[in-house]
Design a binder for this molecule. Structure first.
Ligand SMILES: Cc1cc2nc3c(=O)[nH]c(=O)nc-3n(C[C@H](O)[C@H](O)[C@H](O)COP(=O)(O)OP(=O)(O)OC[C@H]3O[C@@H](n4cnc5c(N)ncnc54)[C@H](O)[C@@H]3O)c2cc1C
Length: 385
């Protein structure tokens, strides 16, 4: 068991990993963050946690995530809002794939998702515009968490467990110690570590470089917009995702917040935009994103009267080359574990990423998700094929 662990990053990845390490009995853990808990992508998120995924591994890790947040909400009082998740499909072929997803979900004990055709969706939610869509898969128990609230609560839990949380402390360098482990250079002086966890989100590539590793990750700008509408909805709209994975296109998502407000975002798991420096200023959504929202939204929603733009913001998806997380040892050292690259799914996947990271620290191998390949070596294997 390593004596001293330092976690870089108090976003959801770093905090859930630390919670898992505490669960395994580790007691000498320091978490540093250049800002504070949740200040990175974790406070910009839509916070959706859902299981309407298409492959077994994707469903397994998301089911784990949903149950994790359910348990955390019960124990520590954060809110998990189960407003449902509807993934739309364009073709009959999509609906067949959705039915396979429903069948796999049943194997995991998730019994309420259903495949609905376009008519059934229009009958349930008359506000939705199903032109050009064959139907969708609906998970009534899916929902969303406030991931910033989660980070603040998780940080408080960890401090009460004896974890040292250092806010406003940035890692700037690292020296290998002769007897193993690292001396970490930070704004608060040198920290000694037997094991380091790199959970630095959009900065994870930079942090990896401090340890001499060139990790594949690309930061993509993603906007979110709140829209007010004077005409009240009689029925709230669930979270609707109109993005076709692997399409090379972006898609729109939205959900009602109140009868007079919807949240809208543009999503794609793919790196279709220019890569962004993590230091770039993140502020309001740029006008071209707002234009794209206003172009796509009426294609899926029968627009209410009296629309006005509310708060807008942007955040970064930190995306790996195959849009799946990387949770693995450093290429040249088994005392650095990278937990990164979860793109637009880093909230729902954080519990599974954390479990894998903690198992790697503890035993050097993946146990709970043995069928999930989030290793770094998968990219080399793909390149050599
Ligand atoms: C608009 C938007 C909507 C999203 N919606 C969803 C969604 O609905 N569902 C979902 O599952 N995911 C969603 N995501 C993705 C999700 O928010 C991210 O994948 C997740 O928050 C990443 O968490 P993280 O802990 O890896 O990174 P972060 O939250 O960015 O945390 C990294 C932390 O590391 C710290 N750090 C970096 N460098 C250093 C250093 N050198 N020294 C010290 N500290 C450092 C940073 O300050 C930061 O706090 C969304 C993202 C965006 C932008």
């Amino acid at each position: 068991m390593p004596r001293k662990i330092v976690v870089i990053g108090a976003g959801i990845a770093g905090l859930t990993t630390t919670l898992e390490l505490v669960r395994l009995g580790y007691s000498d853990i320091t978490v540093i963050d250049q800002f504070g808990p949740g200040f990175g992508s974790s406070s910009k998120s839509a916070g959706v946690v859902e299981t309407q995924y298409l492959d077994r591994s994707g469903i397994h890790v998301r089911d784990f995530g949903l149950r994790y947040f359910e348990d955390f909400a019960r124990r520590y009082g954060i809110t998990l809002t189960r407003s449902g998740y509807l993934r739309l499909g364009a073709t009959e072929e999509d609906l067949k794939v959705f039915q396979q997803s429903v069948d796999i979900q049943r194997e995991f004990g998730i019994t309420d998702p259903v495949v609905l055709d376009a008519e059934e969706i229009s009958a349930r939610w008359p506000r939705l515009n199903m032109d050009g869509r064959a139907g969708g898969v609906f998970g009534p128990s899916d929902g969303h968490v406030d991931s910033y609230e989660f980070c603040l609560r998780a940080a408080a839990v960890l401090v009460s467990e004896g974890v040292l949380l250092m806010n406003g402390v940035k890692l700037s360098g690292a020296q290998r110690r002769p007897g193993g482990g690292w001396s970490l250079e930070t704004g608060a002086g040198v920290l000694e570590a037997d094991v380091v966890v790199n959970a630095a989100g959009p900065w994870a590539q930079r942090v990896a470089a401090v340890f001499g590793a060139d990790m594949p990750q690309n930061n993509q700008l993603r906007p979110k917009v709140k829209i007010h509408h004077e005409e009240a909805f009689e029925q709230l709209v669930p979270f609707v995702m109109d993005y076709v994975p692997g399409s090379g296109m972006d898609g729109i998502y939205f959900r009602s917040e109140t009868p007079n407000e919807i949240f809208v975002g543009i999503h794609t798991d793919e790196s279709i935009l220019e890569a962004q420096d993590p230091e770039r200023a993140l502020g309001h959504a740029p006008q071209e994103f707002i234009d794209r929202v206003m172009e796509l939204l009426p294609t899926r929603l029968r627009m209410p009267a009296g629309i006005s733009l509310g708060r807008t913001w942007t955040g970064l998806y930190a995306i790996s080359p195959d849009n799946k997380p990387i949770v693995d040892f450093h290429p040249a050292a088994n005392d650095v574990v990278h937990v990164m690259g979860a793109g637009g799914s880093g909230i729902q996947l954080a519990p599974a990423m954390a479990r894998i990271a903690a198992e790697l620290v503890d035993s050097g191998r993946t146990i709970t998700f043995a069928g999930t390949d989030w290793s770094l070596s998968r990219f080399a294997a793909a390149a050599s094929k």
